[in-house]
Design a protein around this ligand. Structure first.
Ligand code: EPU
Length: 422
């Protein structure tokens, strides 16, 4: 296993390009199974999670080839296997996205239950509720979801809200299954995230009839067949947001290119409230620290509010912002694994239910820390960039799952990070 060793204190300056979105491409890869024909997906980020999905698609019987330029060709062909094993699903929850497409195409699917993860329990009851409403019979057996349908899936009205609001991947799964169902499906309380919109656009290009994506009500008129298409994935808003915080925390000046500023309005607003200058361009933002940081309160909520996937990075900034900031997590109330690790670097953070009360300190000091999930790992790297001395971020396979060339891109901006074997 690798670790990153970060020498703190460098001001980051320069330009960085954002890769394609992890959370958009994974469901889109699953959606390609809805057709027998080949789809060509561009702007595919080079990430372990993408490799895992490639393996999963191959294990289902599809041909999948990813080249060095981020072009992925997927040809599902006529005969797919309806089985997604635990071995692959346990390493990446997004594997559950194959459930809807397999069920719609083959009339059956057996997919391992993903289980919990470092950010807390992550049930899939909403996925199952939605597929059941479309006519699937569902059984949980020996850790697997077995679903089948006697006849073709039937469109219906489905309310997809849970205790924490809408669900991104449940909306994706139901939308994919409904694309090949007979009749009209209406998803109420659908997730509005840009990644859901990107999936809808991909499906529409394949020939699906979908309206309302990006709003809480999505309508899908089922069609008999979908075709293979060429599609370019949207930029990764979470990666872009992470570099925005990297600039802010290092007193930096970074132009973040090949991104969509409109996907990050809530993040830009918070940075501006914190005293950071953000200039918006068509496909770029420039983030520059001009003076003293101010404390801000952040609450994560579904899109278009502040994303849970940038909560940890925002907290890293608040640890060195004078005053008190309160960060409230409303999507995953236990997503605070980074708190004790930031504490090892000298941060003063108190947890109170789903809120973290952050007292800004003058400086963080480098220490060995352990990464627990993808975004927590990113927050530890950001903290390491400003800490005095060296910070050793261990177990960085999480970062490799979801950030393309993180230390390379940061080093190009002036950071001093090296990778070593643990
Ligand atoms: N939930 C349920 N039942 C369900 C599904 C979700 O109660 O059947 C709850 C979850 O436990 C959570 C809330 O609903 O409290 C929202 O979860 P959601 O289903 O939206 O999460 P997800 O679709 O499993 C995606 C991203 C996550 C991101 C969340 C929230 C992908 C592959 N993953 O997960 O990304 O945090 O949406 O925006 O798209 C990451 O990239 O680091 C990451 C964790």
């Amino acid at each position: 296993m690798d670790k990153l060793i970060i020498k703190g204190g460098a001001r980051l300056k320069g330009e960085v390009e954002i890769a394609g979105s992890k959370n958009a491409v994974l469901p889109i890869m699953a959606a390609s199974l809805l057709s027998e024909e080949e789809s060509v997906i561009e702007n595919v980020p080079s990430l372990w999670d993408v490799q895992t999905m490639v393996k999963l698609l191959r294990s289902l019987g599809a041909k999948a080839i990813l080249d060095d330029n981020g072009v992925l060709k997927i040809k599902p062909g006529a005969s797919l296997k309806p089985f997604a094993p635990y071995k692959l699903v346990k390493t990446m929850r997004a594997s559950v996205c194959v459930l809807g497409p397999l069920l719609a195409r083959l009339g059956e699917a057996e997919v391992s239950l993903p289980g919990g993860c470092a950010i807390g329990p992550r049930p899939i009851d909403l996925h199952l509720k939605g597929l059941e409403a479309l006519g699937a019979e569902i059984e949980i057996d020996h850790g697997y979801v077995r679903t089948k349908t006697r006849k073709i899936l039937r469109g219906t009205e489905i309310y997809l809200g849970g205790g924490y609001g809408s669900s991104v991947l449940a909306t994706d799964n139901v939308m994919m299954a409904a694309a090949l169902a007979s009749g009209r499906t209406v998803i109420e309380n659908a997730a509005c995230e840009p990644e859901v919109v990107d999936l809808a656009k991909f499906l529409k290009k394949m020939g699906a009839k979908i309206e309302g994506e990006g709003s809480p009500r999505i309508e899908i008129e089922g069609v008999k067949k979908l075709r293979g298409v060429n599609y370019r994935v949207i930029p990764d808003r979470i990666e872009a947001g992470t570099y925005m915080f990297a600039s802010a925390i290092t007193n930096g000046d970074i132009l973040i290119r090949k991104m969509e500023p409109g996907h990050l309005n809530a993040v830009i607003d918070k940075l501006q409230q914190a005293g950071v200058r953000v200039e918006k361009y068509k496909n770029a933002v420039r983030v520059k620290r001009t003076g003293r940081l101010r404390p801000v309160d952040v609450t994560t909520l579904p899109y278009p509010a502040f994303p849970t996937d940038i909560q940890a990075q925002a907290m890293a900034l608040m640890t060195v912002t004078p005053g008190i900031s309160i960060i409230t997590e409303k999507i995953y109330p236990n997503r605070f694994m980074h708190v004790p690790e930031l504490g090892r670097m000298g941060a003063k953070i108190f947890l109170e239910g789903p809120s973290a009360i952050v007292h800004g300190v003058k400086k963080l000091s480098g220490a060995p820390v352990m990464a627990s999930d993808l975004r927590a790992s990113a927050a530890l790297v950001l903290a390491g960039l400003v800490a005095t001395g060296e910070t050793e971020v261990q177990r960085i396979y999480h970062l490799d799952r979801g950030y393309e060339n993180l230390e390379f891109k940061l080093n190009m901006l002036g950071a001093r990070i090296r990778r070593e074997k643990e």
